[in-house]
Design a protein around this ligand. Structure first.
Ligand SMILES: [Fe+2]
Length: 207
């Protein structure tokens, strides 16, 4: 159990920040879940697998709640070394939470490994390539894309095309068998919006 001191913020102020941060996290989970489900169907995974990916997409960062008083709240958005350590713990903490709640091994494994990179530079286990569960590889690319295309307190959202370009720069982190179908989903959606004259950049993926 992580114990964290954060006495530099008043309780009311803290709870207001927490509420805002949790809203952001929930919205992020919904978006990742939708996009990951869409990508799983594009990959022709069976319906049960697609459903598990959607569930894991929704819950993938639930481990952050176990360290919430440290990770959330306040307006200090710099990731210092200590904060980074807690961030890296959230995958394992999330695994413990969903395991205790009786989710399937497949969902639990996806959550445990959603920060593994295909080249072995991720965490918590530095898994490489196809040793990373497929669902976790799907979540990885969707998670990063949704994060990049969302406003953060310290930066505005990147537009979808720029976000894909940023992902391409880091493509060694992703499984190409997953990344290429992901890219075509995003480009199809961008094209569809352009054809419809929809000028709002934010893509909306449907469950
Ligand atoms: Fe995460």
């Amino acid at each position: 159990m992580i114990e964290v001191d954060r006495d530099d913020i008043e309780v009311d102020e803290m709870s207001a920040y927490l509420t805002e941060d949790l809203k952001t996290e929930i919205a992020h989970g919904i978006e990742v879940s939708r996009l990951a489900g869409m990508l799983a169907r594009e990959l022709k995974l069976d319906p049960e697998f697609c459903h598990d990916i959607e569930v894991a997409g929704m819950l993938h960062d639930i481990g952050k709640l176990r360290a919430s008083t440290y990770l959330y709240g306040g307006d200090d958005d710099t990731l210092n070394v200590e904060k980074m350590r807690y961030v890296r713990l959230h995958a394992g903490l999330g695994y413990e939470v969903v395991k205790a709640e009786g989710y399937s091994d497949r969902v639990c494994e996806m959550i445990l490994h959603h920060h593994e990179n295909y080249d072995g530079t991720g965490y918590p286990d530095n898994l490489v390539g196809d040793a990373i569960p497929l669902g976790a590889r799907v979540l990885r690319v969707c998670d990063v894309f949704v994060a990049l295309t969302s406003d953060r307190p310290y930066r505005k959202a990147f537009d979808s095309k720029t976000a894909v370009e940023l992902l391409i720069e880091e493509v060694r982190h992703f499984d190409m068998k997953v990344f290429l179908p992901f890219q075509s989903i995003v480009y199809d959606e961008i094209e569809r919006k352009e054809l419809e004259g929809d000028t709002q950049d934010k893509l909306v993926f449907h469950a």
